[in-house]
Design a protein around this ligand. Structure first.
Ligand SMILES: Cc1ncc(COP(=O)(O)O)c(C=O)c1O
Length: 282
């Protein structure tokens, strides 16, 4: 295990136990901030431009500005370099985070954090047991309410984490949320993808995060002859589809092996899809 590596945007590295956040930072007090997480493989972050773009978009939805994309590079480079120096594994979790800053005002607080890929995440790449849980809203309703921050990746993940804890208390690994309209939404930290024949499907992006992993997989899969669709997905399809997956930047593409305690088969095309996702974008 390698120590967590932290850098401020001036490219300065900091010890993981060094105090860097004020107690009155609005990120601490209210979860008022945004973040991104991606995977760096052999010192190269995947989809970095897309993650930086989404960070900027999320902050705009919260009504504050994060530094321009280029301003993040020295910190990202410092973390990647230090990680290699620390002989970390070939994969690293890379986090970018920005809060609104201190309650009294001032600049946003910004940090870049590198850490090991969590053991549970590595384990889940082999298979995930999911519990379908009610999210308490319908995607299209939330999409029309900007104050609910649909599509923003905010630091307010307490509900998402509570849902995962609930799933674990039921003996499962993760959650897939369903909306009050009976349609599937997303996981607390992932996107749902189904494989049915030669078509990959995912829920339409109303009220949920626009996943970078699903976008990347769909682009590669289309070139390989798959059809792709953003649409309405009823919960029954989690069991009836040839393959069901949770997709996210660090976990990548994990086959769902059980839904609400009912086992489901792993599609024989799982390896092919995982390989398409690993490939460098054309
Ligand atoms: C709520 C939510 N949905 C979907 C995803 C998957 O997004 P991405 O593929 O961009 O990592 C995440 C990632 O953390 C997430 O937090």
């Amino acid at each position: 295990m390698t120590d967590t590596i932290i850098a401020t945007l001036d490219g300065q590295l900091h010890r993981a136990d060094e105090p860097l956040l004020r107690p009155d930072d609005l990120g601490v007090l209210r979860g008022d901030g945004v973040f991104e997480t991606t995977l760096a493989v052999d010192g190269i972050p995947r989809d970095l431009t897309e993650h930086l773009e989404r960070l900027t978009t999320s902050a705009k939805l919260l009504d504050f500005d994060v530094p321009a994309e280029l301003a993040w590079r020295p910190a990202i480079d410092a973390v990647l370099k230090a990680w290699k120096g620390a002989e970390g594994g070939s994969e690293m979790t890379l986090r970018l985070m920005a809060t609104r800053g201190a309650e009294a005002g001032g600049e946003p607080t910004t940090l870049v954090i590198g850490s090991d890929v969590a053991a549970a995440t590595l384990q889940q790449r082999a298979g995930v047991r999911v519990r379908v849980l009610q999210r308490g809203f319908a995607g299209p309703d939330v999409a029309a309410m900007p104050w609910l921050l649909p599509g923003a990746k905010t630091l307010s993940y307490a509900v998402n984490m509570a849902a995962v804890r609930h799933a674990k208390s039921c003996g499962d690994d993760d959650v897939m949320f369903v909306g009050t309209d009976g349609l599937m939404l997303e996981g607390p930290t992932s996107t749902l993808i189904l494989a049915e024949g030669d078509t990959l499907s995912t829920p339409r992006r109303d009220g949920i995060l626009d996943g970078i992993t699903v976008r990347r997989l769909f682009a590669a899969a289309e070139q390989a002859g798959w059809r792709t669709a953003y649409g309405d997905i009823a919960p029954e399809r989690l069991l009836s589809a040839d393959g069901a997956f949770v997709a996210s930047s660090v976990r990548m593409l994990s086959p769902i092996v059980a839904v609400d305690g009912t086992a489901r088969a792993v599609s024989e095309r799982t390896g092919e899809l995982q390989e398409l996702l690993r490939r460098d974008p054309a």
